[in-house]
Design a protein around this ligand. Structure first.
Ligand code: FES
Ligand code: FE2
Length: 346
């Protein structure tokens, strides 16, 4: 008699449908700012999995935040740059999560079963990215940011923002071009300019892109004005399942490149990372960008947290669509094509 190969267990208290979780776990997500992860073990959470991150010799290790000895979170322990130490019996873990010391038996050979369960790590855009179920032998697939590495661009790592909502709803809100004049009244929206000109999503390998031309400006209220009639180009690029980038083309050749990387902490919690690159005001303090970014995302958060149902209905019959929603319709279709169903266990 043959038995099916056993799958690794889902996280405890998993809030996702099991099949959806397996699909989502194949993708890469940011879990922390690079600047947050130092010698000390730091707890982070992704897709309901409890993780610990620390640096050894400058490289980040991401591992399951449970000591293999007696199940104490490693994030309660300490670290010194060459490894971390569990708070309970002092087991020490170094590069690659290997157990390098068992204080109770300093002379004994250390069994490999005491090594931590680790996950692959990439540091990119000032963020620590990981993947819970990488395909064997596959290269990491980190969403692209068009201008991050370009000469003359200032790279800015905004503080993350926590949202009590599903990542898919948040990303869809980022792609939505019909809400600027209703939701973004304290930042850049214009209540007298709410008509949405036609646009067409174009599918690509990782999702879809949109070139959206309109006269809605992107200057913070009370700063500059575009020349009358200027048409702004916003280029959106979706990288399924939960990342989108936006490049805003300013009147004087300025480019603002924003990545909206929604990290699904659980089905109802999202940590929003937003690396930004720009080729203007590059000598200006970044605090102004942090503040404007927070104002915009807080305006969106107020809406996203109250949408019902909390998940993103992928069946097109469950919500009503208008022509302005072409990008959101393409996004939902892309998620469906990944094989996702309804995301939540309840
Ligand atoms: S529980 Fe971690 S060392 Fe014992
Ligand atoms: Fe918005």
């Amino acid at each position: 008699m043959t038995t099916a190969p056993s799958r690794p267990a889902l996280p405890r208290d998993c809030t996702f449908d099991a099949d959806d979780w397996e699909i989502l776990a194949r993708h890469w997500y940011p879990v922390a700012l690079s600047s947050e992860i130092g010698d000390a073990p730091t707890a982070v959470r992704l897709l309901d999995e409890t993780l610990v991150a620390y640096r050894v010799g400058g490289s980040v290790v991401v591992a399951h935040d449970i000591c293999p000895h007696r199940g104490v979170p490693l994030s309660l322990g300490g670290g010194d740059g060459s490894g971390i130490t569990c708070a309970y019996h002092g087991l020490r873990f170094g590069a690659g999560g290997r157990c390098v010391r068992v204080p109770a038996h300093p002379e004994s050979k250390i069994p490999s079963r005491l090594n931590l369960r680790t996950y692959p790590v990439v540091e990119r855009y000032g963020l620590v990215w990981t993947c819970l179920r990488p395909a064997p032998g596959a290269d990491p697939v980190i969403p692209a940011m068009a201008h991050w590495d370009d000469e003359g661009f200032q790279r800015i790592n905004c503080p993350w923002i926590d949202i009590a909502a599903f990542a898919g709803r948040q990303v869809e809100g980022f792609l939505d071009v019909a809400h600027f004049g209703f939701v973004h009244l304290d930042s850049f929206g214009d209540p007298d300019n709410v008509e949405v000109p036609d646009y067409m999503p174009v599918r690509h390998q990782y999702g879809h892109s949109v070139d959206y031309w309109s006269t809605v400006g992107n200057y913070p209220h009370g700063t500059k004005e575009a020349p009358p009639g200027f048409r702004w180009l916003r280029r959106f690029d979706v990288h399924l399942p939960f990342t989108a980038t936006l490049v805003v083309h300013f009147p004087d050749g300025g480019l603002l490149d924003i990545m909206n990387a929604a990290s699904p902490v659980s089905a109802r919690r999202t940590r929003m990372f937003a690396p930004i690159a720009r080729n203007f005001d590059t000598d200006q303090p970044v605090q102004g960008v942090y503040d404007f970014n927070r104002t915009v995302f807080e305006e969106d958060r107020a809406v996203v947290e109250v949408q019902r149902p909390e998940n993103l209905p992928l069946d097109p019959r469950l919500e009503v669509h208008i022509p302005a929603d072409r990008s959101s319709i393409a996004y939902r279709r892309g998620l469906r094509d990944l094989g996702l169903s309804h995301f939540f266990t309840a």
